[in-house]
Design a protein around this ligand. Structure first.
Ligand code: FES
Ligand code: FES
Length: 200
């Protein structure tokens, strides 16, 4: 869609959790503010608003991104996944279940960002993307095989998500629980995990 523009605003369409939303937003509006203020999707949290904490993590075309750093006007036509699109109370995502079972939160403010980032991270690893701590011999083999996620790998790959309550040990355990189950960065109907049936 071609955005309708004024000097200071544009009309754009975002596909959020498989639903199209057309909004008119000031050019300075971030994706985070469109989600929260225009679409009432408040699961995505505003922590620092400066790209430092990861509370605002969403998936943009399946990749992790800090939505506080992205201008909405630059993402007309983009497909986003927010925590609301991963699962809900009736049918939680396997990683949401693991967070619950492992008690991987206290105040819960960072939790949506941790979970969305965790899903993105597990998919990146499943696709064979290395991290800063991936051993040299693995990099040299460059097979493209799924990355083996030990605790160092998980900590490094989740280092963009800060938890002020210090729930890190339990967050790592929750991610360990589902590290071989989550391979697709989309919602509960299609997420692979927990021995569930995966509808077409
Ligand atoms: S609110 Fe975006 S990184 Fe902190
Ligand atoms: S659970 Fe409180 S900031 Fe992470």
């Amino acid at each position: 869609m071609i955005p309708q523009r004024t000097a200071t605003s544009s009309t754009l369409t975002l596909y959020v959790n498989d639903t199209a939303h057309t909004v008119t937003a000031d050019h300075r509006t971030t994706l985070l503010d469109v989600l929260r203020e225009h679409l009432d999707l408040t699961g995505t949290k505003k922590g620092c608003d400066h790209g430092q904490c990861g509370a605002c993590t969403v998936l943009v075309e399946g990749r992790r991104a800090n939505s506080c750093l992205l201008l909405a006007v630059a993402h007309d036509g983009a497909h986003l996944t927010t925590v609301e699109g991963l699962g809900d109370e009736g049918r939680p995502h396997p990683l949401q279940e693991a967070f619950h079972e492992r008690d991987a939160f206290q105040c819960g403010y960072c939790t949506p960002g941790q979970i969305v980032s965790g899903v993105g991270m597990l998919c990146e690893a499943a696709e064979g993307h290395p991290s800063h701590v991936t051993p040299r011999e693995v990099l040299e083999r460059a097979t493209g095989a799924p990355a083996e996620l030990d605790r160092d790998e998980i900590r490094e790959r989740m280092s963009g998500n800060i938890c002020r309550c210090g729930a890190y040990p339990y967050i790592v355990r929750a991610l360990e629980d589902v590290r071989h189950e989550v391979t697709r960065a989309d919602g509960p109907a299609r997420a692979s995990g927990g021995g569930r049936e995966v509808p077409a």
